[in-house]
Design a protein around this ligand. Structure first.
Ligand SMILES: [Zn+2]
Length: 238
């Protein structure tokens, strides 16, 4: 006897007959985007501020869209403070704002109910999401066969993991440090995000405070190597 409760639940989008079905060869095992079903993955791309996370998120969205896949882009507390992903090199894309009450599964289910395919989610600024959102990402991958690509900071200004980032490290199928290096003023690879108030590195306060990396901001963030993060040395130009 098998235990019904242990039977896998699959809510993956049903295969609908379409002109592309003959292309796949084995329609029963593939989704509408041609990828094998149950091959979805949760991937977390992390790096310090200014390392190009949002740029990579939008590039990934573009690359997948070019291959005929359909996705949704979500964000939280983007520096533009609007429902879009913006990048420091000038790219922008409309995005769904992730609020405390937003259920990422509902986002996908509602889209499907309207006949809109969702093959993947691009979740920018994922370290600012709630833990529940990360669990929802895992469920979307496992039970809905939707790929989830999350991008975010690993650590906060105290050099401690953001809760959502920690959960992503724990749950993700794949974790990758973003390769575009951002350098400390000393030339070493930047690793940590220092919060700077009145020209000094602060190490206590709220975990999330909106700031910028521009030198003129009241609260700003500066990426430092571990050595200079620990010593609080902002360099000769600060
Ligand atoms: Zn340094």
């Amino acid at each position: 006897m098998t235990d019904d409760a242990a039977a896998p639940i699959c809510l993956a989008r049903p295969l609908l007959p379409g002109p592309d079905d003959t292309r796949t060869g084995c329609a029963a095992a593939r989704g509408l985007d041609g990828r094998p079903l149950h091959a979805a993955a949760l991937k977390f791309f992390w790096g310090p501020m200014d390392c190009g996370k949002s740029t990579m998120a939008l590039q990934m969205n573009y690359n997948h869209a070019r291959q005929g896949r359909r996705g949704l882009v979500t964000t939280r507390i983007d520096r533009s403070l609007g429902p879009q992903v913006t990048t420091r090199i000038g790219l922008a894309h409309s995005a769904i704002e992730v609020t405390d009450s937003l259920d990422l599964r509902d986002l996908v289910r509602d889209a499907w109910a309207e006949g809109v395919r969702v093959d993947y989610l691009i979740c920018d600024e994922a370290s600012f999401y709630n833990l529940e959102h990360v669990e929802q990402m895992a469920e979307l991958v496992d039970n809905y066969d939707v790929d989830v690509y999350a991008f975010g900071l690993a650590t906060d200004f105290r050099s401690c993991l953001f809760p959502a980032a920690q959960r992503l490290f724990e749950l993700a199928d794949e974790v990758a440090r973003i390769q575009v290096e951002v350098l400390c003023w000393c030339g070493r690879e930047g690793l940590l995000n220092a919060r700077v108030v009145d020209g000094r590195v602060v190490r206590e306060g709220e975990q999330v405070v909106i700031g910028d990396t521009m030198a003129s901001a009241d609260v700003r963030y500066q990426v430092l190597c571990r050595r200079h993060y620990r010593s609080g040395d902002l360099g000769p130009r600060s």
